[in-house]
Design a binder for this molecule. Structure first.
Ligand code: SAH
Length: 522
């Protein structure tokens, strides 16, 4: 009997899906955990809250169902019971469900209640912790929540509770704060959801013996481009919040550690702090630009609009590789071109040694670096990454030279034309294609329309074309800065009705970030 029923259970649970309660982190999309990312990649359904950064949703598969269940503290879009039921229903349909919550699901996120529902319904589930805003928002404001000299005991407290004892109900879960104990019993106090109730919080702490000169900081939208910090003391912070109109969501930090901010600010004093920057490069290439932007304090949001795909046919490239020893030069115009050739050589049972013979030219440092990584020395890199410089600086007279250029199908004709004008014999072979990435346009379009994107970066003509095709020109509001890697990309932007505000002088991603920095420093 026992065996029969456990068999039944096994069959049932195989048919059911699974729910992952995933912490999305405090905001900065880079602060999602690797495990959380894996779950998102697999999810059929993503159920998410207001505090989840929209860029994180881009990690879901394009066909995943995204369900917003809201929850600003005042206007609940969906009641908690409805959310619980939704999770159960979707799992019962056999779906893999990611329940994505701001910060950590078990830190004032009602993750515990959702887990209880899943247990009661017999649904398989897992919790993937996230970085809580309670610690990360102060950290990004330069405030370590503990410090050997100032704090050995830390409390994380809900600020949602009314301090007025008259409004409390007997047994109310939210009326359990022991003000007399925490006011002086803990060194650092962190209040979540505490902005509206701040006057009561400060009153209770003062009434229960905390020193009025204790420093207090409020960090709003911590770790995001909108991060703002307000510093005061227990005596005056409530008034400062009222005067400045400081709004939620914010973390309130009470304690001497707040004074460390002066010394330890590291994030909100960087040149590009406060700028949310769209990175439109391919998924593989985005990370380099994102890292540079992040180092300057910007918040990169990756929106890959292009993908590198094999050419429709390898005939041209294969034929060129067969006669490789007849070429004087192999000229690579992009890192993608290098990788395409190496990948093809591998697929046909050859390797980089096959390229011996022609000298090797690389346009742009990223191209040169990709070649260098193969252990191959680059014989020529022009000082500027445009056709004119290639021709002018070519190390020998191009007349009569046979030059192979493996590149994208849709590339421009200027370089081969200029080389041919000088008498070179140029073979252009299609080695790869750039195609439009089926990516998550809706959350990005929404961010653009709400004015949450400050800068859009374009690093090639195809990124411009595909971007416009994916989100539409009309989604880009006035005032968004358009930054292009070089004049050709800028021209393409112009043609698509996006007036370039910044064009890099050096046509590299480093050059682009430098241009943004210069612009920001005014
Ligand atoms: N589970 C979440 C907290 C949810 S309660 C976590 O672990 O972070 C919602 C409260 O979290 C907000 O009222 C605010 O106090 C805080 N919060 C969440 N994200 C924040 C952010 N980026 N900056 C400041 N406060 C934030």
């Amino acid at each position: 009997m026992l065996r029969a029923s456990s068999f039944e259970f096994a069959v049932e649970s195989m048919a059911d899906g699974k729910v992952y309660l995933v912490g999305a982190g405090p905001g900065d999309p880079g602060l999602l955990t690797i495990r959380g990312l894996e779950c998102l990649h697999r999810a059929d359904v993503v159920v998410y809250d207001r505090l989840v950064h929209p860029a994180i949703l881009c990690h879901a598969r394009p066909e995943a169902e995204l369900i917003y269940v809201g929850k600003a503290s005042s206007q609940h879009t969906m009641k908690q019971e409805e959310i619980n039921q939704l999770l159960v229903d979707k799992a019962r349909e056999g779906k893999t469900v990611v329940r994505l919550k701001g910060g950590d699901p078990f830190v004032f996120g009602r993750g515990g209640e959702e887990a209880e529902t899943l247990v009661a319904a017999g649904i398989e589930w897992e919790e993937i912790p996230g970085i809580t805003s309670a610690i990360a928002a102060p950290a990004y404001a330069g405030i370590p929540v503990t410090h050997r000299d100032f704090c050995s005991a830390l409390g994380i407290i809900t600020g949602h509770e009314k301090a007025d004892a008259g409004t409390r109900r007997q047994g109310d879960a939210e009326s359990r704060i022991k003000w007399d104990k925490i006011a002086t019993g803990l060194d650092t106090l962190i209040f979540l959801m505490g902005v509206e109730n701040l006057p009561n919080i400060t009153t209770e702490l003062l009434k229960n013996g905390r020193d009025p000169s204790t420093p207090v900081a409020l960090v709003r939208w911590g770790t995001r481009a909108e991060q703002e910090t307000l510093v005061g003391t227990l005596a005056d912070i409530a008034q400062k919040v009222r005067e400045t109109g400081f709004k939620s969501p914010a973390v309130t930090v009470v304690g001497d550690v707040v004074n460390l901010r002066e010394k330890l600010r590291w994030f909100d004093n960087r040149p590009l702090f406060g700028k949310r920057v769209l990175v439109t490069r391919s998924r593989d290439q985005a990370s380099g630009l994102s890292a540079l932007l992040r180092e300057q304090g910007a918040e990169p949001v990756e929106f890959p609009v292009i993908r590198i795909a094999p050419p429709e046919s390898y005939d041209e490239l294969d034929a060129a590789l067969d006669r490789i020893d007849t070429y004087d030069w192999a000229l690579f115009t992009s890192a993608n071109g290098v990788r395409a050739v190496i990948d093809r050589l591998r697929d046909i049972g050859r390797d980089v040694r096959w390229l011996k013979g022609p000298r090797v030219g690389a346009i742009g440092p990223a191209t040169a670096e990709t070649i260098g990584c193969l252990g191959v020395r680059v014989d020529f890199t022009p000082s500027k990454f445009v056709a004119e410089s290639v021709v002018e600086e070519f190390p020998e007279d191009p007349a009569g030279k046979r030059i192979l250029i493996p590149r994208a199908k849709e590339a421009r004709e200027v370089l081969p034309e200029k080389l041919r004008e000088k008498g070179a014999q140029v073979d252009i072979v299609t080695s790869y294609r750039t195609v439009i990435e089926e990516s998550c346009a809706p959350p990005i379009r929404e961010m653009l329309q709400k004015g949450e994107i400050d800068i859009i970066t374009f690093t090639s003509s195809s990124t411009v074309k595909n971007f416009v095709q994916l989100v539409g020109r009309e989604s880009v509001p006035e005032g968004v800065t358009i930054a292009c890697i070089g004049p050709i990309t800028a021209q393409m932007a112009e043609e698509h009705g996006l007036k370039p505000d910044i064009v890099a002088e050096e046509y590299t991603i480093e050059g682009l970030v430098r241009a943004l920095r210069l612009e920001a420093s005014g």
